[in-house]
Ligand binder design. Structure first.
Ligand code: NAI
Ligand code: MG
Length: 365
């Protein structure tokens, strides 16, 4: 039988986004060729801050229809010093997440083999830091509501309104409980700030406990205030498993998680439309890293882990074993001191790590 074709919209974007997207495609193609039952076809979109500076726009007017022709979106990073970050973010990544119904952002964190994490000394068993952060990805603090009055004077006023809806909270809580239920420890921690923020956050808590009733005895759950959560993540990482938090809180906590696990360069994220009515989007959590762009030293591991999550998603359960083997190949490479990038204490470049992962895939997959 001919291989199943998965159509991927590739958006490399800016800076190291370009290097790591290219590396991810090379690794995915090696995986597909080694396996033989599927392959990837990419459409590459030149949507970036560089292009914006030249032509005045990021995406074509019909971007939505273009993206919808694909099974998934692979995203590098967007943002460059000569374009204000709120413009780049609101011209591309946020409209895509919102319009493509990607209301869940999933950010797994583990200490990969070979990482010298700040918490590595705490590590007694591999499960000591093994988390999935489920981030609300469609509303909350990043809903985009608000405005500015008297912008340029001493009386400037700006509001930034966080939006919480029952529908939005309920669907993220359900996804988080299902995620927790599917993991061995069956444990969910809900993050909030309902002591100081007494409207939206209180609704957030209430809906959590409503949904929790359906999981009584199936998933163990608890609640943390976000400030105390940062302390628990550092001091008692083994007490956490699945974590659900708002758009802003989870954004911050997942960067902390990535740093605790060793480097922001290894952390993946999936922007999911669980209804599968639109393509989901996979991207490493790091940005365009202007400080190292063009030097060939970007760590591609976060990009590969994101690609593995994409394989899992497009496979709808059929490619889970392939994704696991892919992760094994990645960890064999991070486990080898010769094939680690600088942020992981090694001296290998992006190309060397990519080649090493391809050779491992050919060996283990
Ligand atoms: P960043 O993630 O680009 O970089 C932070 C630090 O981590 C830098 O020192 C960088 O060199 C290092 N780093 C990041 N990824 C790495 C990798 N793969 N290998 C080795 N080192 C790595 O965050 P920053 O500097 O705050 O933002 C730079 C630009 O990226 C901004 O324009 C920002 O808006 C944008 N950005 C875009 C994101 C996206 O597209 N989803 C996410 C975060 C930032
Ligand atoms: Mg972030």
């Amino acid at each position: 039988p001919s291989p199943t074709v998965y159509k991927i919209a590739a958006i490399p974007g800016d800076g190291i986004g370009v290097d790591i997207t290219e590396a991810a495609e090379q690794v995915l193609d090696t995986l597909a060729a080694t396996n033989g039952t599927f392959k990837f076809e990419y459409t590459t979109f030149d949507w970036s801050s560089k292009a914006y500076k030249e032509r005045g726009w990021y995406m074509q007017d019909d971007w939505e229809a273009q993206l919808k022709k694909h099974d998934a979106i692979y995203f590098g990073a967007v943002g460059w010093p000569d374009v204000p970050d709120h413009i780049s973010l609101w011209s591309m990544i946020l409209p895509i997440r919102n319009t493509m119904n990607q209301y869940v952002n999933v950010r797994p964190t583990r200490i990969l083999k070979g990482t010298t994490a700040p918490l590595a000394q705490l590590q007694k068993t591999p499960s000591e830091l093994d988390w999935v952060i489920v981030r609300e990805n469609s509303e909350g603090e990043y809903a985009g509501q608000g405005g500015t009055t008297h912008a340029h004077g001493p009386n400037a006023i700006a509001t930034e309104v966080a939006i919480f809806t029952r529908v939005g909270i309920e669907r993220i809580m359900r996804f988080a409980f299902e995620t927790a239920k599917s993991r061995p420890r069956r444990k969910l921690t809900m993050v909030t700030k309902s002591n100081a923020q007494r409207h939206g956050m209180v609704l957030w808590d209430k809906v959590f406990y409503d949904v929790a009733k359906e999981y009584e005895g199936v998933v163990e759950f608890d609640k943390m205030l976000v400030d105390a959560m940062t302390v628990r993540m550092v001091n008692k990482p083994e007490s956490l498993d699945t974590i659900v938090a708002t758009n802003l809180h989870a954004d911050i906590l997942s960067d902390l998680a990535a740093a605790l696990a060793g480097s922001i360069g290894i952390a993946p994220s999936s922007n999911l439309d669980p209804t599968r009515s639109c393509p989901s989007m996979f991207e490493p959590i790091h940005g365009s890293a202007p400080d190292i762009a063009g030097k060939g030293i970007a760590n591609p591991i976060g990009a590969f882990w994101s690609a593995a999550e994409m394989v899992r998603w497009v496979g709808k359960g059929e490619l889970d074993a392939v994704a696991d083997q892919f992760m094994q190949a990645i960890e064999n490479v991070t486990g080898n001191p010769k094939t680690r990038t600088r942020d992981m204490g090694g001296s290998a470049g992006t190309t060397e790590v990519t080649e090493a992962v391809c050779r491992e895939i050919e060996r283990v997959c």
